[in-house]
Design a protein around this ligand. Structure first.
Ligand code: ZN
Length: 430
């Protein structure tokens, strides 16, 4: 015996293995190597196991796809997983070109394990068996709120309303503060966030005064009402002022309510409507709302534009995100700076700028390939995307989108991708 505790090595190895497992996430390829209930495959941080109606513990993710196809069977998803997890799963991009399921590390943007991130996981992670209370409010609605271009303080307020974090009397009362939960305006009902913003007779007069009959439904939930606000914001037939007015009304209601409670000053509904309208008009004047900007198409050759080598084309592209859609624009020029072609496409919306840039790039690469161009120098303005692609890294955000991108650029071995203003890096041509 050498005197050391013989079990020490084993224990720490085991701990390390568990730790690694906690931080690993499955990037879905064929879906055969990932267990629905025992592996981390939902795109959430920290990674957690899927929840739902477990029929057999051996179920593989592939069984949630349409037979013989790489696409989710949404009905099946809904019957197997909880609503929340089905929504998460539905948004996972599947790639025809990803063959194997691959475990990737969840705590660095490059999906590579680092000692530092491992340490973070070891000290912060909650084990699977300790259930984490999910935050209140629909994730989808919260995401939409962040996409609306409006005054940040109002955006934040609406987000907090959805998350149940507005200190209405009922909220404070439920937090065991000694506060009367009843609405002080009408003294009829508890002052929930929904009551205070939409259902109290006082605020009903405001909504009617502003001609929004949409909020007159006495059975609507808070989420219904917020969704309605977002929906009104998307109605292109309305004047811009009217599309944004509900957000300002909600904000005004909250301000007036606080004045009423803390200084006993009461305002008329009509006055609040007028003030909200003024505020929206002022905001629009100060900050005009532009549609997705077609930067690339309108801009001439800038001072930093560098011609491609002889016989090559240069393709500048740029992605942008609007409320509902993302777009990508591109322009192709030859070595003399002559215009060859340009375009702009609307793509399905995605959750992050990086995904938008990745989607945009993929679209442009496919387009270039279809057009028969083979020697193209692509130039984008997202350094992160350029770095990931040139170093052929994995990315936790892009996941299968990257598999598709790598597949398509492999069809264009004589091309390169570059960040505007950076030194050129060539794609490996193996
Ligand atoms: Zn009330």
């Amino acid at each position: 015996m050498c005197g050391r505790n013989p079990s020490y090595g084993w224990t720490s190895l085991q701990a390390g293995k568990d730790l690694l497992k906690q931080g690993l996430q499955s990037r879905l390829g064929n879906g055969k190597e990932t267990n629905v209930w025992l592996d981390h495959w939902l795109p959430v941080l920290p990674p957690r196991l899927a929840q739902g109606n477990v029929q057999h513990l051996n179920m593989k993710v592939e069984e949630l796809w349409k037979q013989g196809e790489k696409s989710w069977d949404e009905n099946l998803l809904r019957s197997v997983l909880t609503h929340e997890d089905a929504e998460l799963a539905k948004n996972i991009r599947l790639s025809r070109f990803a063959i194997h399921d691959k475990r990737i590390w969840s705590y660095t943007s490059t999906a590579e394990y680092t000692v530092k991130s491992g340490y973070w996981v070891a000290t912060h992670l909650v084990p699977d068996n300790e259930k984490i209370e999910p935050p209140a409010g629909s994730l989808e609605v919260k995401k939409k709120i962040w996409r609306v271009k409006m005054e940040p303080k109002i955006q934040h307020f609406i987000w907090k309303a959805v998350a149940g974090a507005i200190p209405s009397s009922e909220r404070l009362c439920s937090k065991t503060l000694d506060i009367d939960p009843v609405c002080q305006r009408c003294s009829k009902e508890h002052e929930t966030i929904n009551h205070l913003l939409f259902h109290c007779h006082h605020v009903k007069a405001i909504w009617r005064g502003a001609r929004f009959a949409e909020f007159d439904n006495p059975n609507s939930t808070l989420e219904d009402n917020i969704r309605m606000m977002l929906q009104i914001n998307e109605r292109s037939t309305l004047r811009v002022e009217d599309r944004f007015l509900p957000f300002w009304i909600v904000w005004k209601i909250w301000k007036s309510r606080n004045e009423f409670i803390f200084t006993q000053k009461s305002t008329q509904a009509a006055e609040d409507v007028l003030k909200s309208m003024e505020a929206v008009a002022g905001w629009i004047l100060a900050k005009p709302i532009s549609p997705i900007q077609h930067n690339i198409q309108t801009q001439g050759i800038s001072a930093t534009w560098e011609p491609p080598p002889l016989g090559w084309l240069k393709c500048n592209f740029d992605s942008s995100i609007d409320n509902d859609y993302m777009g990508v624009g591109w322009i192709i020029r030859d070595e003399y700076g002559h215009y060859i072609e340009s375009g702009w496409a609307r793509l399905e919306n995605v959750g992050s700028i990086l995904e938008a840039e990745g989607n945009g790039f993929l679209y442009v690469v496919q387009r270039v390939w279809q057009k028969g161009f083979r020697q193209v120098w692509f130039e984008g303005d997202n350094l992160q995307l350029v770095n990931i692609i040139n170093k052929q890294k994995d990315s936790l955000v892009l996941v299968n989108l990257l598999v598709d991108i790598y597949h398509w650029i492999s069809k264009l071995p004589l091309c390169s991708l570059d960040h505007v203003g950076e030194r050129r890096i060539w794609w490996p041509t193996n």
